[in-house]
Design a protein around this ligand. Sequence first.
Ligand code: FES
Length: 105
Amino acid sequence: AKITFIQHNGTEQTVDGQAGMTVMETAVKNMVPGIDADCGGACACATCHVYVEPGWLEKTGPRNPMEEDMLDFAFDVRDESRLSCQIKVSDVLDGLRVRVPEKQF
Ligand code: FES
C-alpha cells in the first residue's frame, strides 16, 4: 500500500507500506523525518504522532483507549490525530496520506 507522508513544510514523500506493518514502522524504515517513535511502537511515547488527512479517518478507524491516553502527551493534538504505531497498513489504506506535526512533544 502506498503511503504519503506530508511534512510540516509541505514536502511529500510517498513510500511503500507492507501489509501487517504499522504506519510508524513504514515511516522509520523509509527514514521519513519527524517520526521519532522513541518507544518502538509500544504506544508509550506519543512521538509517532501524525494527522490523518481528510477522507482517510474512516479507513484508519478510531483511536484505541491506550492511544487516547498517550495522545495527551503529544504536541498540538487535533481531531485527526493518531499515533502512527497504532495504524496497521493494509490494502484498504492504499493511498493513505498523513501529515507529520511540526514537532513531537
Ligand atoms: Fe511510541 Fe507510537 S512509537 S507511541
